[in-house]
Design a protein around this ligand. Sequence first.
Ligand SMILES: Cc1cc2nc3c(=O)[nH]c(=O)nc-3n(C[C@H](O)[C@H](O)[C@H](O)COP(=O)(O)OP(=O)(O)OC[C@H]3O[C@@H](n4cnc5c(N)ncnc54)[C@H](O)[C@@H]3O)c2cc1C
Length: 366
Amino acid sequence: MDIVVIGAGYAGMTAALRLDRNHTITLISAADSFTERVRLHERAAGRPSVSTPLAELTRGTGIRTVEGVVTAVDADIRTVTLADGREFGYDTLVYALGSFTDASVPGVADHAFAAENAPGLAERLRAGGGRLAVVGGGLTGIEMATELAETYPDWQVRLVTGAHPAAGLSRRGRKHVAKALTRLGVSVHTGTRVEAVTPDGLRTGQGAIEADVVVWAGSFAVPELAAKAGLAVDERGRAVVDATLRSVSHPDVYVVGDAAAVDVPGAGISRMSCAIGMPIAAHAADAVNARARGRAARPFRFRYMIQCISLGRRDGVIQAVRRDDSPIELILPGRAGAWVKELICRYAAGSLRLARLLPRSYWWPK
Ligand SMILES: Cc1cc2nc3c(=O)[nH]c(=O)nc-3n(C[C@H](O)[C@H](O)[C@H](O)COP(=O)(O)OP(=O)(O)OC[C@H]3O[C@@H](n4cnc5c(N)ncnc54)[C@H](O)[C@@H]3O)c2cc1C
């Protein structure tokens, strides 16, 4: 069977490496390396590299890697087209194009850095101090603000957010995050709705906030490609899949990672995260393998257990959550929290290295 996997992030890599190797597997991605996206704030803080060549991760597996930007999927005649005109036919497609920082607020694309441009941000911050505004009080914005404040003490860091920072954590979790922000000298502007990013900073409902550098850490959006291909998508453009992670409109297409809206029993639609994105991808590969062997594919099972957040290199919070991903008053803060988060990041990337040799080794909580 010809299987094409598009996207080589956490989800695409997990799926490609777990597929039975008697298939012809082609892995297509915009870059020739896998980027540990969960470490992009570390990259902005000067970590030299967070990427590994695809050739290294797929060595000896028989997986053919292709570097190229996918511009279209024709889900009816089953082809994938790249920007340079190359075309790939498939029997089964694994769609894993992930997500990116939503830059739809005016001025973001022109005047702000996002996590995707971490190397450029690092270069700019190394060039000299000033006023830095990080927009977004979710986990990504907080990780950015704390990491950058710790690494670049000559920058005066502000966190600008509509809701309370880390609003999704428990009371204890939020308290620890607030303490870390204060310790690192990050000033927090809550209740602030940013209307536009300008060359001088931010225009907000409450007036202007001046900044020399703006980092945008708002919500994630997904590529329009799935909708354009005619796959059934939800209101955010994420592909709607069945319990075995196949598109409900096109059963030859499995959708994994952030690109998929997976209805998890008891927990609702999947959170855009590695925490569930990798399990989704691993299970999709199992479903493809099972069907190719003439067996029934099982429904996806998953249980949220924790949320993790780093607060610089020496502090963090591990937040225990219920089955539905809501927080309980149980956290592991401080150095221990930072260490557990580091172990989880290592597990995510390390599991790909291991899967090269042991395809079914990736484990997740069910
Ligand atoms: C700073 C930061 C910190 C984070 N921290 C955490 C965390 O602690 N825990 C957690 O669970 N999640 C975290 N996340 C979220 C996590 O990174 C994403 O949920 C995860 O990367 C999704 O994996 P994915 O494989 O679906 O997509 P991605 O990792 O985004 O990979 C998508 C892949 O598709 C490729 N691609 C995209 N478009 C095209 C195209 N048109 N043609 C060809 N290739 C294309 C990309 O190059 C990439 O290889 C964090 C994100 C950021 C930005």
